[in-house]
Design a protein around this ligand. Sequence first.
Ligand SMILES: [Zn+2]
Length: 610
Amino acid sequence: MLSLLLASLAVLTADTVRYEISFPNREHHEAQVSVTFPATGHDTLEIRMSRSSPGRYALHEFAKNVYAVSVTDGEGRPLVVDRPDPYRWRVTGHQGVVRIRYTLFADRADGTYSQFDAWHAHMNMPATFAWAAGLEGQPVAIRFVPPPASGWRVATQLVPTADPFRFAAPDLAYFLDSPVLMARFGLREWTVASAGRTDTIRLAVQHRGTEAELDAYAAKAKAVVAEQVAIFGETARYDHGTYTFLATYMPQASGDGMEHRNSTVLSSSGSLARNEMQLLATLGHEFFHSWNVERIRPAALEPFDFFRANASDALWFAEGFTSYYTPLPIRRAGLMTDAQYAASIGGTINAVVNAPGRHFFSPLEMSLQAPFVDAATSVDPVNRANTFLSYYTWGAAIGLGLDLSIRTRFAGKDLDGYFRLLWTRHGAGARYAVPRPYTVDDLEQALADYTGDAPFAERYFTRYIRGQDVPDFAALLAPAGFVLRARSGGGTLGEVALAFDSTGAVVQGNTLIGTPLYEAEVEAGDRITDVNGIPVRSAAAWRSVTAVLQPGDTARIGFTKRARGDQRVVTVTAVADPALEVVPIESTGAALTPGQRAFRLAWLGSKVTP
Ligand SMILES: [Zn+2]
């Protein structure tokens, strides 16, 4: 099957859309792109640059970095081009072949954008390549032209050919889903046997570290991959038997991770030596997406529309449950202690329980905010500190609550089992296919079927997913021997970011509803000059006047309003610091009971059978 497919894709047919990209001016972040469209049967050929990219939810308007455009026929004769808007070129008068050439500027290496420079060509395809309406189903061939003597190789999920710089794709959707790293990268490969087949995992890493650091990182990645495969019982059935990590760990990269069907982009300015755990967490998160999002896929994202913002009410599940499964396989692989895992889930619980945004929207509604928050930019201020709670964080907390609820109520069942059912029902399918994308109702039905308790599923979804309640985490964590408790026990005026200078502390961002600072009508841009008459011109000064506050203590805050510069002095009452943390019970001096030990082992112990 595979060899037949490779052979057929490698042969250029009359309907193949042909791409070529070269980098003669990469020092100034430019690439030269050429696309040849077989346009027979299309009197008017509409060429487009994508406006959005799968896995990112805002509009990105990739046409903004395209210039020096020329459109010709197959013989090189200029063609008539009409521009209905900034994203489209409508071409008429051709004889069946249309060729567009353009220069692309790109200088951001992350999951959404591209970057060309002396060190690499890091490419997200919708940010890089134009395509034609009506030709989406036709096969694609691409040639990458490496700079002379660069030593660059190509890492990608695109279908390889005998030529290491020529690749193919069955159609436009697969082509646009296939990011590319061209660089001198380190490569580590291993195989994973599951469900009667053997898949290859490739880890291509462009980095500034040593071979030994990369070996150590690859060993950890392998352990995390194995724990995730154990959750589902098999790999995500990669279309060509191979999954590729494309890691750009370079100073000029921007921190990100972006999932695709058979690969993921990992980008960071961090290094293997200093940021290994953070890089590993992103690697694991994106790999989990090869099941959850890429194949167990929200119906609203399928098929993806590259010409508008795509929104889904299921990102609390697609991103949030994936976030729950980000630290968990790392803990199961033995790369994190119970205390570190407790700190991780404690951070999540604290962020959710104390978020003012939870009172404005449900997790479903938060998911629909994605086009405004996911790498989106705007110039007018927003009130997200008070009205938004990330569906990553909230969803991770819902996933934690659901896993512990299932484990407590239904003997021998857990969230892993629920995911295996979803995989069978909605994920496992044929090559290139998402056969049965899900709705939120499907998720609830699957929970009812998995637990055999429809009222439980209905209650969980009504309270925590369609509603805005949070599970009783203290009670749910107790059987595992984890304690949810107040972090400080002291008083607070409210969490606030401050920038200090010689006259005081300028408030960065909106103050949070319900905090004493908010009640005192302190807002973003205001300058706090003193507390109880003591000047606050440094972080140390702020800490020393606020750390001593107990709940119920009053404090006199002197501040200057940003708008009119008027001085105010307001007396406020400190409230109990609501910050929460989770710790293992054994760290409090109490003993872990045999029951707690067994519960914790079943939850956090390795799932990989030796
Ligand atoms: Zn994600």
